[in-house]
Design a protein around this ligand. Sequence first.
Ligand SMILES: [Zn+2]
Length: 91
Amino acid sequence: MWQSESEDGGGLAGECVLCGREQELFRLPGTGGRFCLACSADLATVLLLKEEIDAATLNGRDAEGLIEELSEVSAAVLARSQSTDFGSLQR
Ligand SMILES: [Zn+2]
């Protein structure tokens, strides 16, 4: 039997990169950081919306609704974060 208990990406307690709270942390692909459940959910939404906006822009579609949604979620994430440089999450 093989054991790979550290491969699930969750269940690790620590300080959330974004809000600084001591919580159970989850790794979010594409960000290089570990976040609590609430932050990782918001960030996942942000990343998803960015992808959708990129795709819509490339295809010449109207992304206004998506951009509006993105700014709302981003504002919520930024409001929760303390001193994290949000821009450093993107490379
Ligand atoms: Zn957090």
